[in-house]
Design a protein around this ligand. Structure first.
Ligand code: FMN
Length: 480
């Protein structure tokens, strides 16, 4: 199945009850966020769904959230693959990027509101942590460009609404959006910026991937879809924006204009602080005639934000290890869905060439990423099965020999564990746990495969309950 456009994806997900609609008029200052929070906090991954609020008080537009990132299954459907194929889809896209193409007309520009007519209060922008966030926040793909190279960048940077025509953007000082904006602002020029709402799923997902500076995420989105992404000239700023999107908000980051941003509910599970961030002026809002506003749900994990970032960045890590760092021994990687995607727990499966190989790779991952815990296992472990990982940790890891604490590591300011009482955050450390087998431990303590498979016939004949063989059991029986 090819990857799908957002509207087709919504139809497909709705048929599978993975998108639900709420018809009652909702108050965007609290109701949509709280409903989304219940969905993520109360339901297990396999029962979650995206939500479309059909009627939002004070706006003529519908509001969607959680469409791409409610579950692994929804994310996989957005890329047109099975959940177990997500990583390889990413590896393939990164190896085969496709240049975007320019088009003259675009659904995202069916309606153009420029200047004073472009009012943010027309959009159903929610408050995501009601009672705690400073304001409504735009949570979507942000497009910037380098004045030096002309290369565009896509990332998701939360953006606080100040008034109808201006915003404060959480452009992380070390991030790529900031680097691009500086290529204009250091010369005293306003930096072009656009918020892309409801683009093709591959475009939105590409923006959640941590890629090297200078890689245009639109080319990776093309690799994900297998076809070039269509871009159109923005109406009021010098940017090429996705032709297939629900809304594009165009603007300019104003040199020297800074405002306080935050507080905002963070992925670490706590409220983030307040800090100075750049201000942008809105120059236009363009949209489809019957546009759906789409905001990513974030805050306390698991959330749409942590799910998308974890799934995208496990694929990116796999490609980097295998192809950029020449480690074909790495077979798979999974990042837990309960933290910041690039800052949580990664489990890497590999075929070690010697007894210290997996520890070396674990330390490499600790140093090259923001991931906090790195667990190394053999390829005969199902890295998506916590019970199987736990068995590997007990059976194949001796804490005295197999744990490395990497000091002086990258850290997230919103992580309370790196905050000393009364001091400044950091430095932080990482935990590398090598749970690969270092000696020949003999065969598994299960009957041989032949016996086990024959016993299944007896199981059936006896009318015992049917089951789907867990991958953990298959991996063990195959080697018994
Ligand atoms: C919902 C959501 C909100 C995010 N908010 C921010 C943010 O405010 N600032 C930031 O630096 N990264 C944020 N991220 C993470 C970045 O989008 C992600 O690291 C991305 O790869 C950054 O792109 P870049 O490396 O091109 O800058 C957010 C991600 C999601 C999914």
């Amino acid at each position: 199945m090819p990857s799908l456009g957002l509207r087709t994806l919504i139809d497909v997900l709705e048929q599978k009850q993975r998108v639900r609609r709420i018809a009652k008029t909702v108050d965007r200052t609290w109701e949509p966020a709280c409903i989304a929070k219940w969905m993520f906090q109360a339901l297990p991954d396999e029962e979650r769904f995206g939500i479309i609020f059909e009627s939002v008080k004070g706006s003529k537009f519908r509001l969607a959230t959680g469409i791409l990132g409610s579950s692994r299954a929804a994310y996989a459907m957005a890329l047109g693959v099975e959940p177990d194929e997500i990583n390889e889809k990413w590896v393939d896209a990164l190896l085969h990027p496709r240049e975007p193409v320019e088009v003259a007309r675009a659904p995202s520009q069916e309606v153009v509101e420029a200047g004073d007519a472009a009012k943010l209060s027309d959009l159903p922008i929610p408050v995501w942590t009601p009672g705690k966030d400073a304001a409504p926040y735009i949570t979507t793909l942000v497009l910037t460009k380098s004045a030096e190279t002309g290369i565009q960048n896509m990332g998701v940077y939360r953006t606080q609404v100040r008034d109808d025509h201006s915003v404060v953007i959480n452009l992380n000082p070390a991030g790529q959006g900031t680097r691009n904006a500086r290529t204009y602002m250091d010369k005293g020029k306003p930096a072009p910026i656009a918020w892309v709402i409801g683009a093709d799923p591959a475009v939105l997902l590409a923006a959640t991937a941590k890629l090297p500076y200078g890689v245009n995420e639109a080319t990776i989105a093309g690799g994900l879809t297998g076809a070039p992404i269509e871009l159109v000239k923005a109406k009021t700023v010098d940017l090429m924006v996705p032709a297939n999107a629900e809304f594009i908000i165009e603007g300019e980051v104003i040199p020297g204009e800074i405002a306080q941003e935050g507080p905002f509910g963070e992925f670490a599970g706590y409220m983030g602080g307040v800090g100075p961030r750049p201000v942008a002026r809105i120059t236009a809002i363009t949209h489809r005639k019957d546009a759906i506003y789409y905001g990513f749900s974030s805050q306390m994990p698991p959330s749409e934000s942590t799910i998308m970032q974890s799934l995208s960045n496990a694929g990116v890590l796999l490609k980097q290890l295998r192809y950029d760092l020449g480690e074909p021994t790495v077979t798979d990687a999974v990042i837990d869905l309960n933290y910041g995607g690039t800052m949580g727990h990664v489990i890497v499966a590999m075929e070690p060439r010697d007894a210290a190989h997996s520890k070396r790779i674990g330390c490499l991952v600790a140093n090259m990423t923001g991931l906090k815990r790195i667990t190394m296992v053999d390829p005969d472990i199902d890295i998506r099965d916590p019970d199987h990982i736990d068995w590997a940790l007990n059976a194949r890891m001796d804490p005295g020999k197999d744990i490395v604490v990497v000091e002086g590591a990258q850290f997230a300011h919103m992580d309370p564990s790196v905050r000393p009482v009364g001091g400044r955050p950091g430095p932080a450390s990482k935990l590398v746990v090598d749970a690969t087998l270092k000696v020949d431990a003999g065969t598994f303590s299960l009957p041989s495969k032949d016996y086990m498979m024959r016993a299944l016939e007896l199981w059936k004949e006896a009318g015992l309950p049917e089951f789907e063989m867990p991958k953990r059991a298959r991996l063990r029986i195959d080697r018994s």
